[in-house]
Ligand binder design. Structure first.
Ligand SMILES: [Zn+2]
Length: 694
């Protein structure tokens, strides 16, 4: 992913129904925000903005500050955000534009299509704060009653399936869904993953530093206050919070770290039903799978068997009352952002303010737009694409993609450290990478999903269940290679190693990222760098383990693999030196894939730009040479300001390095950069021993 973290940095992850949904708020946001209102067109900002630079700083001293200093001064973090960035700002512009679209599709509007009715009515019910406030916790009552009616642990599987289908998320003991088989990418099989936690990662439960201890105490207080809102006495709420913490800690201890999860072999353990029963004797998989509509499936990939052995022990030892407490908490935690103000505010106070440093909640309209994008994203996306992504834009960005793929072909052929046998395999993989630009060829069919004009929580539950069922229905069916994992308005991009495709939603191909009004230099630096980044993911430490067919299969000679690792160790050592915040350094084994992709991506973009402009006479603009504009264009995608709380969270969980190092850590490795700015040996942006993988 290019920049998912930048976007998520502005959201509040609650482990809730959809992980990308923010926590909730009650107010209408700052007056300035409300004054700005919805947009009827996307605003324009150039992809290279000279006023965003800080020319008092020398480019060879600190290239990030040189390129982004002006932007950073002029763009303080808005109070509802935990970080603010070029990506984040474009994302908000997109949201405001989607708000404009949704406002014209309100209930009762004439001539709406079936999809327009769904997104218009969902948005309207979400915006009806009065009705939501009036209901309090009532929408949860039927599910709370079911939890309360649990008589024996043997009834857990059916109940759990129901909770996971209708409230989604991985907070109910474990995660369950579908994915391509690692050994046969044409097959979609069931995946059972680790889960069951309320905090963002297992390390939050196991770290022993003062900051982690304080956060755990704050999480306990938050759980107790939330449970008290459901009517529990303060004493019993405090006791229940401790119970939940004990169970979550046991599950966390047996979960893989994020670095361990970067190796797909650690996540691949196909088990048959008998092996599954053996792994967790205390859990009735037959009942569970029947309830999930999967009674007949024979094989499940258990990503994390050690976690499931622990889960079995926990389920064996736990009392029925404690099990109910745990489920009650996770139902509440999942649902709090969608309930009345008291619940939303408490949820925001912990997940937004304490964990990420946001000062106020996002305005309601923003949270409602995100929900529509998350739950009905391809219905909303059609509207976005029709207004923002014409055929010229698709043609131009596809051309750039093909040029960058040609650059990679040349790059692989010329590598001096790889044998020709491995090169042939790499080229074979490159040749069949599918390019997905803008939006899917086939739009998702929402006709089976009912959205009512007066039932917010019902709409949320039905849309969540629709998506759960849609994902499970893929098991055992032919793989749909046209499917996308991001919605069209998304300001991000991704490579999928099993699909072996690179994906660039329409939202990430807009100014100030791709800028049709500007010349090639900043566009190849910026969007070209993004395309090269995603392409390089196919050959980073994780992606290189998949072959052309998207299967986990080693196509490397031992000697070439060894040389690859030596080269990536250079990157690991380099980024480990960088400080994120306080005395916390980058966890460079976690960020390795992204750091490799950043470097390879810009090298490829630079090669493609040379081809594109060969024979042209390029001139200086804004006091910058074309070469300099290529690099400033690159750097300016990464301009950002981030709160300390959010930096700490990212240091633990984000596979991307902070923006400063995605620029400075990269250019020190490129002689083309040093030439462009005449940097001299001994200056900070010149590395004595450069790293290079691709
Ligand atoms: Zn990436």
């Amino acid at each position: 992913m290019r920049a998912l973290a930048n976007i998520l940095g502005s959201l509040v992850l609650t482990g809730a129904l959809c992980s990308a949904l923010p926590a909730a708020e009650t107010g209408a946001g700052a007056p300035a925000d409300a004054d700005r209102g919805p947009l009827s067109a996307l605003p324009y900002t150039p992809s290279l903005d000279p006023s965003a630079m800080d020319r008092t700083v020398k480019p060879c001293q600190d290239f990030y500050q040189y390129s982004c200093g002006g932007w950073r001064t002029r763009n303080p973090i808005p109070p509802d955000q935990s970080s603010w960035s070029v990506y984040g700002k474009l994302y908000e512009d997109n949201q405001r534009f989607l708000w404009g679209i949704l406002s014209t599709l309100a209930p009762g509007s004439a001539g709406r299509t079936a999809n327009q009715q769904k997104i218009g009515d969902y948005f309207a019910t979400c915006m009806d704060q009065q009705a939501i406030a009036h209901l309090g916790a009532t929408p949860l009552m039927p599910m709370l009653a079911r939890i309360d009616a649990l008589h024996t642990k043997s009834e857990l599987p059916a109940l759990l399936a129901d909770l996971q289908l209708n409230a989604a998320g991985s907070g109910f003991l474990f995660g369950f869904g579908s994915n391509q088989d690692y050994s046969d990418s044409n097959q979609v099989i069931a995946f059972a993953s680790a889960g069951g936690l309320g905090l963002p990662d297992r390390d939050y439960y196991t770290d022993r530093d003062a900051h982690a201890r304080t956060l755990r105490a704050q999480y306990l207080d938050h759980m107790a206050r939330s449970l008290a809102l459901l009517g529990e006495s303060p004493r019993s709420a405090t006791r229940d919070a401790l119970t939940v913490m004990r169970i979550e800690t046991q599950l966390a201890r047996a979960s893989l770290t994020l670095v361990e999860q970067r190796d797909p072999h650690n996540l691949f353990h196909k088990l048959d039903r008998g092996q599954l029963r053996q792994l967790t004797p205390a859990f009735g998989w037959d009942e569970y799978l029947r309830e999930m509509g999967l009674a007949k499936i024979a094989v499940i990939n258990v990503t994390d068997p050690r976690f499931y052995r622990q889960l079995a022990r926990v389920l064996d030892a736990i009392s029925l009352a404690d099990l109910k407490t745990y489920l009650r908490w996770h139902l509440l935690n999942n649902s709090a952002p969608y309930l009345s103000p008291a619940f939303e505010q408490e949820n925001f106070a912990f997940f937004g303010r304490t964990l990420r440093g946001a000062q106020v909640q996002s305005p309601r309209w923003k949270r409602c737009v995100r929900q529509v994008d998350s739950l009905l994203g391809e219905a909303l996306g059609q509207e976005f694409v029709a207004r923002t992504f014409g055929p010229e834009l698709k043609t131009a960005t596809l051309k750039m993609t093909l040029q960058i793929e040609a650059a990679m072909h040349k790059d692989i052929e010329e590598l001096n450290w790889m044998s020709s046998a491995t090169k042939q395999q790499a080229l074979a993989k490159l040749a069949v990478i599918a390019n997905k630009i803008g939006y899917p060829d086939h739009w998702r069919d929402y006709s089976e999903l009912e959205i009512k004009p007066d039932d917010f929580f019902g709409n949320l539950t039905r849309a969540t269940a629709f998506e759960s069922r849609r994902a499970l229905a893929k098991i055992g069916r032919p793989l749909d290679r046209t499917e996308w994992a991001m919605t069209p308005p998304t300001v991000d991009a991704y490579f999928d190693p099993q699909m072996n495709d690179i994906n660039f939603p329409a939202g990430v191909l807009q100014p100030p990222l791709y800028d049709a009004r500007l010349d090639d230099a900043p566009n190849y630096g910026n969007t070209g760098g993004t395309i090269g980044h995603e392409l390089t993911h196919a050959f980073d430490d994780e992606g290189r383990q998949y072959d052309a067919a998207g299967n986990l299969r080693n196509w490397w000679s031992d000697e070439d693999a060894k040389k690859f690792k030596e080269r990536t160790e250079c990157i690991v050592d380099q980024y480990a030196q960088y400080v994120v915040v306080d005395d916390i350094h980058i966890n460079s084994r976690l960020t390795l894939g992204e750091d490799v992709a950043d470097l390879g991506g810009l090298i490829l973009a630079h090669m493609a730009w040379q081809v594109q402009t060969a024979g042209q006479t390029l001139t200086e603009r804004d006091g910058l040479t074309p070469e300099q504009r290529f690099f400033v264009g690159y750097a300016q995608w990464a301009c950002e300001n981030v709160r300390d709380e959010d930096l700490r969270l990212h240091a633990k969980t984000d596979p991307h390095s902070p923006g400063r190092y995605r620029v400075n850590g990269l250019v020190v490795n490129m002689p083309e950069f040093q030439q462009a700015f005449s940097c001299k040996v001994g200056e900070p942006m010149v590395k004595e021993k450069r790293c290079r993988v691709w």
